[in-house]
Design a protein around this ligand. Structure first.
Ligand SMILES: *Cc1c(COP(=O)(O)O)cnc(C)c1O
Length: 368
């Protein structure tokens, strides 16, 4: 017999209530019954996004919403800043390249957060820059970006601030309206606690003005089409009905717990995880700007990082994540995001300790 623990930064575990909701017979989406559900979901998304603006829902993984942000806010030949300090920051640059947008890349050392002043310098150099693409929680490195400070800068410039909060939403503080963020994109399979398949976008007035001018090609991922349908609690195409129904359950849970309590819980789990890693003699990959959703840890010398992840999954049923791209085999990542409790974290840490010992790790070295 085996019991599994999903401790990865997406997908994350789905609460039983949401799973059961998806087991109900499918309903049609052009019915008053679904419309009621969709209305409730859209209203609750505003609470989680901390915005008064509409939140558009797409049936796609999170990257669909990222692509939509590039395609709907910009035109070929436009200039945009892409902050890249990990795999997901790089995705912004790749998307800009795909749509003929000139990416001004701010390369950040992996494991560090961008210095907002560098963004300000770039914006001051060129008032023609149309957007600044950033990542709230860089899931590949476990770094948290100071979005509040960046928003403080972009609000004095022509550029719209776009934030990938796919893994950040529901785990990190992000005050869309109060901080003045123009576009927040997210996905369903991380802090929102349902399976992959839904993506979300919020847009400010400044962002909508850019949408009006945008000339990049788009069809399915059109903000205008989605907004028009949303005005009558509808979607332009068939939505992932079962996922929307599941989302109603997790959003209800989140409203009941309260955003502040949720964020405090994530903070506590993240802090506990980091302290446990240090106590085990391990080094954090991003000690200066750690996120509350995922902790990246350096694989200790002498241990095979990929085998460690596999060993924990195969022998103990605990699924953590390995490193991506240049961090493959060099770090492992423990998520404490979404439907995760203290017990899950304690279990994961204990299993990590056993697995490391079995792989020859000797533990912390006593200082001389
Ligand atoms: C998971 C994730 C994505 C990608 O989302 P998909 O749902 O796989 O398309 C993008 N950005 C960040 C920061 C993520 O954590």
């Amino acid at each position: 017999m085996k019991k599994t623990y999903l401790m990865t930064p997406g997908p994350t575990p789905v609460p039983p209530k949401a799973l059961l909701a998806m087991a109900e017979p499918i309903i049609h989406h052009r019915t008053p019954e679904f419309m009621e559900i969709f209305k409730e979901v859209c209203a609750d998304l505003k609470y989680i996004f901390q915005t008064q603006s509409d939140v558009i829902v797409f049936t796609s993984s999170g990257t669909g919403a990222m692509e939509a942000a590039v395609a709907n806010l910009l035109s070929p030949g436009d200039k945009a800043i892409c902050v890249q300090g990990g795999k997901f920051g790089e995705r912004w640059t790749e998307l800009c390249n795909a749509y003929g947008v000139n990416a001004i890349v701010i390369d950040v050392e992996w494991g560090k957060a961008v210095d907002p002043k560098i963004i300000e310098q770039e914006l001051k150099k060129d008032s023609g820059i149309q957007a600044v693409f950033t990542t709230l929680c860089e899931t590949s490195t476990g770094v948290l970006t100071d979005i509040k400070a960046i928003a403080n800068i972009t609000k004095n410039h022509n550029a719209a601030l776009v934030v990938d909060a796919i893994s950040g939403l529901g785990a990190e503080e992000i005050k869309t309206d109060e901080w003045g963020i123009d576009c927040v994109v997210s996905g369903s399979q991380k802090g929102l606690m349902i399976p992959p398949g839904l993506a979300f976008v919020s847009l400010s007035k400044k962002a909508w003005d850019k949408v009006e001018k945008s000339k990049c090609p788009k069809y399915y991922f059109s903000f205008k089409k989605s907004k028009k349908a949303l005005d009558s609690a509808d979607t332009p195409f068939t939505p992932a009905i079962s996922l929307v129904i599941a989302l109603r359950e997790t959003l209800r849970m989140m409203k009941t717990e309260g955003l502040d309590v949720i964020l405090a819980r994530h903070k506590k789990l993240a802090l506990s995880t980091r302290e446990a890693m240090k106590a085990m003699g391990l080094q954090l990959f991003a000690p200066t700007a750690p996120s509350n959703g995922v902790t990246a840890v350096n694989v200790p010398a002498g241990v095979d990082g990929e085998k460690l992840v596999k060993h924990m999954r195969d022998k103990y049923g605990v699924g953590i994540a390995g490193g991506q791209a240049e961090l493959k085999g060099k770090v492992f990542r423990i998520a404490h995001m979404g439907y995760i409790t203290e017990t899950d974290i304690v279990t994961t840490i204990a299993v990590l300790g056993m697995a490391l010992a079995e792989m020859g790790y000797k533990g912390p070295v006593e200082p001389a």
